[in-house]
Design a protein around this ligand. Structure first.
Ligand code: NAI
Length: 318
């Protein structure tokens, strides 16, 4: 038996009709999971809809003896999120895994982001992941087991020009993950976030100047790039995070051109000011280098953990 096994597990993969999501669905199914293949079936920028994309992946899974059911709802409404989870319950009786992967792209310079762009990106990437996960979490909590993966993005974690709306939604997912992992841990529900990179339909739809920059970066790898730009190179990390074998929660993991790593938010040693009256802005200016430089750091596991770190540093001379 594989160490990473999904026998008797039921997984929902949103946006699984193509790109990265399709590879997650196929791999989960090949390892024994019954999979709800959700996809709205629209274009890369979220226009239109069609059942074809989800149906094709379901067909692909069934043709190799796997179990799958299609769902065509948009993640972007509460009713859609509920219906996606209901599809899992109706067909397979439970939900063990949610991979929040559905999404579309509408890039614009910051000054050009209008409400249509902002709403559609936030609705699908941020609210959509919340809607689907909320409906599934109730089931997971009751059964005492669950795994949730949020497809965030390096654009949200680190930044990328022309993607302020997208980055806001993707960074928002890191916030959701941070909280749900704390709430879910005692119920056996583990949550992690993913920063993927792969040459998918969405990546190909980027601004030509960005594509050029990516092309140059890919080219800089030379022969060492191999095939590592393919979505299949992200898949093993996602499948691991979705499995019982994974005991990590509250993590942000990057899967990019065949390299896998942890990303994290940390606090440095910083500077401790006076205790009875606040430091002045001028004092802050004098100590700003110390506040700014990385040096030693800690990774808080929660808001109160950051407090505990500050307390530990109290009295240390900087
Ligand atoms: P893709 O465009 O190939 O796949 C996204 C899928 O989501 C499509 O099949 C689409 O029909 C579906 N979808 C879109 N809106 C939906 C909705 N409202 N409800 C249900 N399904 C919907 O894109 P790709 O590259 O596979 O992206 C997958 C995820 O990974 C996305 O969340 C994306 O933001 C994220 N990501 C991808 C990166 C990359 O390099 N490809 C980089 C960082 C993040």
């Amino acid at each position: 038996m594989n160490a990473v096994d999904f026998k008797d597990r039921v997984a929902i993969v949103t946006g699984a009709g193509g790109g990265l999501g399709r590879t997650y669905a196929l791999e989960l199914a090949s390892r024994g999971a019954a999979v709800v293949v959700n996809d709205l079936g629209g274009s890369f920028d979220g226009q239109g809809s069609s059942q074809r994309m989800a149906d094709q992946v379901v067909e692909e899974i069934r043709s190799t003896g796997g179990r799958a059911a299609a769902n065509y709802d948009s993640v972007a409404t509460r009713a859609g999120g509920q219906a996606i989870v209901q599809t899992a319950l109706d067909h397979f009786g439970r939900v063990d895994v949610v991979i929040n992967n559905a999404g579309h792209l509408r890039n614009a310079l910051f000054e050009d982001i209008d409400d249509a762009i902002l709403d559609s990106i936030i609705d699908v990437h941020l609210k959509g992941a919340i809607y689907v996960t909320q409906a599934a979490y109730k089931v997971m909590k009751q059964q005492g087991y669950g795994r949730v993966v949020f497809a965030s993005s390096a654009a949200g974690a680190f930044g990328n020009p022309q993607q302020a709306a997208y980055a806001a939604a993707k960074a928002g997912l890191l916030g959701v993950m941070n909280v749900l992992s704390l709430e879910g841990r005692e119920h056996g529900v583990l949550c992690n976030a993913l920063l993927p990179t792969a040459n998918s339909r969405m990546a190909a739809a980027m601004d030509p100047r960005q594509l050029e920059a990516f092309g140059a970066q890919y080219a800089a790898f030379g022969e060492q790039l191999g095939n590592a730009y393919l979505p299949e190179f992200v898949t093993p990390l996602v499948v691991y995070l979705a499995s019982e074998a994974c005991s990590s929660t509250h993590g942000i993991y990057s899967a990019s051109v065949g390299h896998y790593a942890r990303a994290f938010l940390a606090v440095n040693q910083g500077w401790t000011g006076p205790r009875q009256a606040p430091a002045s802005a001028d004092e802050l200016a004098r100590h700003f280098q110390q506040i700014h430089e990385v040096g030693d750091y800690s990774i808080p596991e929660s808001l109160s953990d950051e407090f505990a770190i500050i307390q530990r540093n109290l009295g240390k001379q900087h």
